[in-house]
Design a protein around this ligand. Structure first.
Ligand SMILES: [Zn+2]
Length: 187
């Protein structure tokens, strides 16, 4: 009985170690990404942003442009209708959740339930939670961060790197580390 237990523990430890190594290698990039457009991504700013005193149109256009010019495959461009271009949608929510923002991806245009960024998606919704972002810097940072998720970047946990993809940061543009990650994601 003890021998079996030890064997089970050893096996479990080996699997855990392998899983840890694997997740370390891939932790900061999602396995999936947006499939249409090959990185040329149209985005639509939802009219609900006008319900807020903060100028979210400015915040979103500047956040999107901060990701442009880093990688030749990645280009975010604003569109003004959703009928033909099937864009990503940027919006604002007053949700009481503790998040400052959220990226929600969908694998079908008629999907009622979100997909997961571990598999490819068709489009994403980027939200900034107005009530949870205390000031303009936090709102800008949340927008840049969530758009980074739409580009396939996950959270950064590197203690020696500064990153707009780390949680709770106040950077308002991608850092060098984020640019390198973007280039890894879109080779
Ligand atoms: Zn995040």
């Amino acid at each position: 009985m003890k021998k079996i237990s030890k064997s089970v523990i050893t096996t479990a430890t080996t699997i855990l170690l392998a899983a840890t190594m694997l997740s370390t290698a891939n932790a900061e990039l999602y396995a999936g990404k947006r499939t249409p457009g090959n990185g040329n991504i149209p985005y639509f700013i939802h009219s609900s942003v006008d319900n807020y005193s903060t100028n979210y149109t400015n915040i979103y256009t500047s956040a999107a442009s901060s990701w442009n010019g880093i990688n030749s495959h990645v280009s975010l461009s604003r569109v003004y209708e959703t009928n033909n271009s099937k864009p990503d949608v940027y919006g604002v929510s007053t949700s009481q959740r503790t998040l400052q923002g959220e990226m929600i991806c969908y694998d079908s245009y008629s999907a009622s339930a979100p997909s997961h960024p571990s598999s490819n998606w068709l489009y994403a919704m980027t939200l900034v939670y107005d009530n949870n972002t205390p000031n303009e810097v936090a709102k800008k940072s949340a927008a840049v961060h969530e758009i980074g998720h739409t580009l396939g970047l996950a959270h950064t946990f590197q203690p020696n790197e500064t990153s707009v993809m780390s949680e709770g940061n106040f950077f308002t543009a991608p850092r060098d580390y984020d640019k390198a990650q973007l280039n890894l994601k879109w080779p």
